[in-house]
Design a protein. Structure first.
Length: 336
């Protein structure tokens, strides 16, 4: 049986299990389903599958009926694995203790080599149990981080980020971070303009860096003074010029040392790393949405020269500005 009926679209299969969080299934369908080309043509086809067709229990007071079994995985270009709470006695059943049940192992064996596979929340336990995360950087919900690290020591767990991207394998933290991950994949596939349109339609922030810290409870002795938001907002308005730590700290009326510590606590990265990320974001938007030359974009994004922009884009994305523009917009103007 052909599960995917729309030829030419990127095929996304969501593998659900008993104990499904409804939001995690809904967000995948909502976000990928809203992605469309300039002519309004949908860019993805999303189907839900289970270990066997039929009713799947959720954490709410209703179940969902899933029409497809694991055969859908063999046809998918992207596979997403949400969390499953309450299965076999704990939030991720056997996979929470390092074991991959036979039916789940058989299902994942159907995924074709080279297929992109991603997890939402503690769905990362499934990817880890299947050996897909060994030696890779990954994340999961912060409440499960200690157990994840104990059960899967071969995985380079980073519990302080919203999502990780290791190429063919991606992971995200809690439910809301799944939104960030889906938007990231849409942006990676089709560029910022498409991802931003999806975000606007869904009324969510268009971009939160994967390196942004999860909202983990920590003692905050000075809550009114801990925010670095004003400094970050000012920096975004001044990306075209050099921005120093001293200037950022002055925006929050604090010392450089205190500002540096607070910035890392709130974003998960240093101020310099965050600025570089935001400049890449600005450059990508300009490459996609304007006819400015690469030289001009380098200035507008704060890299100064096309050589510097090219070096940073190669490091961050593995492509030159011209190649990026050709992929997401068409022939570029100006030198790469």
């Amino acid at each position: 049986m052909d599960v995917f009926t729309e030829s030419g679209r990127h095929r996304v299969a969501v593998l659900v299990r008993h104990g499904l969080l409804p939001m995690e299934l809904g967000l995948v369908h909502q976000l990928f389903g809203a992605a469309a080309g300039a002519d309004g043509t949908p860019l993805y086809q999303v189907v839900t599958c289970a270990l066997g067709p039929g009713e799947v229990r959720t954490t709410a007071d209703f179940s969902v009926y899933v029409a497809y079994g694991p055969d859908a995985l063999a046809e998918a270009d992207t596979v997403l694995v949400p969390a499953a709470h309450g299965a076999e006695g704990d939030e991720d059943g056997q996979v929470g203790e390092g074991r991959l049940p036979g039916p789940l192992a058989d299902a994942l064996a159907r995924v074709r080599p080279g297929t992109r596979i991603a997890s939402v929340c503690t769905g990362a336990f499934v990817l880890a149990a299947a050996g897909l995360l060994d030696g890779r950087r990954a994340t999961t919900h912060w409440k499960s981080a200690e157990r994840f690290r104990r059960v899967y020591p071969a995985v380079r767990l980073d519990p302080d980020v919203l999502y990780t991207d290791e190429g063919e394998v991606l992971t995200s933290a809690g439910e809301a971070a799944g939104i960030d991950l889906c938007l990231h994949m849409i942006r990676r596939d089709h560029g910022a303009a498409v991802a931003n349109a999806v975000a606007r339609a869904t009324v969510v922030p268009p971009h939160r860096d994967g390196g942004q810290a999860q909202y983990i409870p920590r003692p905050v002795p000075e809550p009114r003074r801990s925010s670095t938001g004003a400094a970050r907002a000012w920096a975004l308005e001044n990306l075209d010029r050099p921005v120093t730590l001293e200037e950022l700290a002055a925006r929050e009326s604090t010392s450089v040392r205190s500002f540096t510590r607070r910035f890392r606590e709130e974003t998960g990265v240093t101020a310099g790393q965050w600025l570089a990320q935001q400049r890449i974001v600005r450059a990508r938007q300009l490459l996609e949405e304007t006819d400015l030359s690469v030289d001009r974009i380098a200035v507008e994004a704060g890299f100064g020269t096309a050589v510097s922009l090219r070096r940073h884009m190669q490091q961050a994305l593995g492509v030159t500005p011209t190649a990026y523009r050709a992929t997401f917009r068409g022939p570029a103007a100006g030198p790469s």
